[in-house]
Design a protein around this ligand. Structure first.
Ligand code: TXA
Ligand code: MG
Length: 354
């Protein structure tokens, strides 16, 4: 599609008007990007296959990678899912609205294109007033993947959405920068023991407080072609800038030394390194272009800065021009930190474990 993408602002004076314009587009089977607490989503009527197809086309998303269906009220759940186990309701009570997606048995009202032909449907209730108002006013569940071009870092501002999808979607609602910064945790509750298919905004430690046992069903490395996976999204390249990304993981002092060494060796080759780096490491290492991940022991900071940092250093339009992005992987692997390190590993072309 080639169109002009409408930018809808959400201030006190134009809030209602923007939501009603967006609702109008959605009811006509169009696409609207909107803020959630995790990342921006690209929404369309989840029950309208023609509308959902536009999402896949705009993103260049493989057809077998299913979408998350967003709802604003638990009452609408039984229009899309069935045989919902008690553990799912327990988790909804604890985490909704919020960054937890539940994989449930689907009803046939949900078209195949939305679920990638699976007999399950992924559902979540986002914790963002604009998202909730949009779903409520539109009166339909919204299918919404992250509003980026497939394979690129996820968008955490409306500007990121426009830089990927301008001219390819009908509108974007600009609700400012998101709060969480990484996507929702995806939890499959269709089996006896729930399985985490993607780490995200809700930490596994918190999920464990509500369910007896949880299995980890994801890997931090990219899964090879032809391997059978439970969540189709695992197969594809993710979160990748165009620029080469080197991730350095390990104990903080060693990571610091390794990053210094890398910066120096690139500079000797007349190549420029950009750093995505914790505040602690930044006290010791310097490069022309740096972007802060925040404090090492505050994974929430890293989550909020991660995608914006990768996009900034990739600098397609910003004149950044670095030859390599070196990432400080000394972020604490706790809570949302597991999701941060998972995204970094997937974005990385090279992992250096020191
Ligand atoms: O925070 C989020 O979840 C954001 C915001 C916009 O809500 N959305 C998001 O969607 O990250 P997306 O499409 O980028 O990622 C959805 C993930 C994919 O890895 C997909 O394979 C998996 O969820 N998924 C969706 N439906 C599934 C299903 N029925 N079974 C297993 N995995 C599923
Ligand atoms: Mg995505």
């Amino acid at each position: 599609m080639n169109c002009t993408t409408l930018i809808l602002n959400i201030g006190e004076s134009n809030y209602k008007d923007s939501i009603s314009k967006a609702v109008h587009i959605l009811k006509q089977g169009g696409t609207v990007a909107f803020p959630t607490e995790t990342v921006y989503g690209l929404g369309a009527d989840a029950l309208n296959p023609v509308a959902v197809r536009k999402i896949f086309e705009a993103k260049g998303r493989p057809a077998d990678n299913p979408l998350i269906v967003h709802i604003a009220s638990i009452d609408t759940l039984d229009t899309i899912a069935e045989d919902i186990p008690p553990v799912a309701f327990e988790l909804m009570g604890a985490f909704w609205p919020g960054p937890l997606t539940l994989v449930l048995r689907r009803k046939n009202t949900v078209p195949d294109i939305t679920t990638g032909g699976l007999n399950t449907v992924a559902v979540r209730m986002p914790d963002n007033p604009v998202a909730l108002a949009l779903i409520r006013e539109a009166g339909m569940p919204l299918a919404a993947p992250s509003a980026n071009t497939s394979g690129r870092p996820s968008p955490t501002t409306a500007g990121h959405v426009m830089s990927d999808l301008s001219g390819r979607i009908d509108a974007v609602i600009d609700g400012g920068a998101v709060e969480v910064g990484v996507e929702s945790t995806v939890l499959d509750v269709t089996s006896d023991v729930p399985v985490i298919l993607r780490p995200g905004g809700v930490g596994v430690e918190d999920i464990r407080k509500h369910v007896g046992e949880v299995l980890i069903g994801y890997t931090d490395v990219e899964v090879g072609e032809g391997e059978v996976v439970r969540s189709p999204g695992m197969k594809y390249t993710h979160y990748s800038p165009d620029t080469r990304v080197i991730l350095v993981e390990g104990e903080s002092a060693v990571v610091r030394a390794k990053i210094s060494e890398l910066v120096e060796s690139y500079s000797k080759k007349n190549m420029r390194a950009g750093l995505l780096i914790t505040d602690e490491t930044a006290e010791y290492v310097h490069a022309d272009k740096m972007y802060s991940l925040g404090r090492r022991n505050e994974p929430e900071d890293a989550a909020r800065n991660l995608f914006a940092g990768l996009r900034y250093l990739d600098g397609r339009n910003a004149g950044i021009n670095v030859d390599v992005i070196i990432v400080d992987g000394s972020v604490k692997r706790e809570g949302v930190g597991a999701a941060v390190l998972n995204r970094l590993r997937k974005a990385a072309d090279e992992l250096v474990e020191v």
